[in-house]
Design a protein around this ligand. Sequence first.
Ligand SMILES: Nc1ncnc2c1ncn2[C@@H]1O[C@H](COP(=O)(O)OP(=O)(O)O)[C@@H](O)[C@H]1O
Ligand SMILES: [Mg+2]
Length: 479
Amino acid sequence: MSLDTVTLRRRLQQALGKEFTVGDLLGEGGFAAVFRVREQPLNRDVAVKVIDLGLTPSPSLAVRFVREARTVAQLEHPHIVPIYKVGGHKNEVLYIVMRCLDGPSLRQLLEKYGRLSVGDAGRIGRQVADALDYAHGFGVVHRDIKPDNILLDTSGHVLVTDFGIAKAAQEASGTSQLTTEGMVVGTPQYMSPEQATGDAVDARSDIYGLGVVLYQMLAGSPPFDGESAQSILMKQATATPVPIRQLRSDVPPALAAVIERLLAKDPAERFQTAEQVSRALVEALPAAAGERVRVRGSAVAIRSLVGVGVAGCLAFAAFVAGAVVVSWTLFSGPPRLDAVAPVPDSVATALRRRAALAPSDTVQLAFMPDGPQDSILLVVGQRRVVVAAPRRTRSYRRDSVTYTFFASWRGGPHFLFALLPATRGGRRDTVFTHLSLRGFWTLARRVNRLLPADPRVGFHIEGEIRQPGYRVKRRVESP
Ligand SMILES: Nc1ncnc2c1ncn2[C@@H]1O[C@H](COP(=O)(O)OP(=O)(O)O)[C@@H](O)[C@H]1O
Ligand SMILES: [Mg+2]
């Protein structure tokens, strides 16, 4: 089915009136198109989804659609795309006005990169689980969880869109789950076994859909694909996916187990609530507690610029390259997770299950930097300090640790953060080795209020500055 976007655009402009100017087409799905629209009085862009009612619109179905969409519009959650308005016009178009997201969709990310880092996949999966949990609490089942409906804003937060819309729109436009041509509306790759076989669908169907999306983010393709929709649906109902660790060995076994359970054929064998999924993800991968997904890109170009500068062996070029690195470090994104009390419950629960935090211990700081070390989580509880890395968790009594920062220059400035636990006989536990200036600044302010700085070490600069024309060796600034 292809949409007549020219007609839809004209009808939408008529429906919205003079205060709105319909702009670019942002995308189209099976039965709807999404336009960027300028809302003049508020001076902002919104995204408007227009449903094509087909040739034989049914007024009663249209009324029902508007009612369902208004239920969805009640959902207010940081990981759900907010709906501002729902409307219809002369039985010709139905439209939904919502926040316009300027980041990529997960589908675009996957098209560009094939697969994502384990940390990003975990963070996206956990944010989708939180959105689902909230919507399920209102009795809203999404029914169409797939990468196209998972959007990012420009700072890398995840927002899920189209809750319950697919079914309502299919009904309003007069198509059932299976269209007259025997084609499937919806995306077979993400349909649960019960959707595939036409059985009753509940919240656990979304949990399966999330399992497919997680699998795809890690493996690069969904567990089941095929020549025809029918063959994919058949596999959803009966075939066993290739275990994720056979396709991606760096997936921690605990995360692989979560995905396997999400993809159970029998809904009763899956996690029963999305809240359980969210917790299980953070427990398997502490990095999943983070919020910001790194949209890769600019850093690559800057790194190659540095390469050219240093290779040129010119002091000036090195200086320029150094300045570029400095500004990149300085202006790099905010930390993935920077939470002071109240800290998301999932963080503490995950650490408690790993026995790193006592049940009664409350979390006062959870910090995860942006950048290459974005899978290491530092948690300061009332009684313990925990360093949770993908493979190992270290936990110290809070009253036995001091901390210190270092700066090091290895191809550019980096800040290091270390704990000095009394139990390690003076040996330090280096927690972060690649903090940006921004990460250093944020963490320093936080940690300063919670832990004593080490009186013996203090802040110092380590390593060599190997730039032509400069040679400073092991300069220690404070005693
Ligand atoms: N709120 C939004 N802000 C920006 N782009 C959006 C928004 N909603 C949808 N889009 C874009 O429009 C495309 C079409 O959306 P849709 O009609 O829901 O079809 P599908 O979800 O099947 O791709 C999406 O893939 C997405 O890229
Ligand atoms: Mg959509």
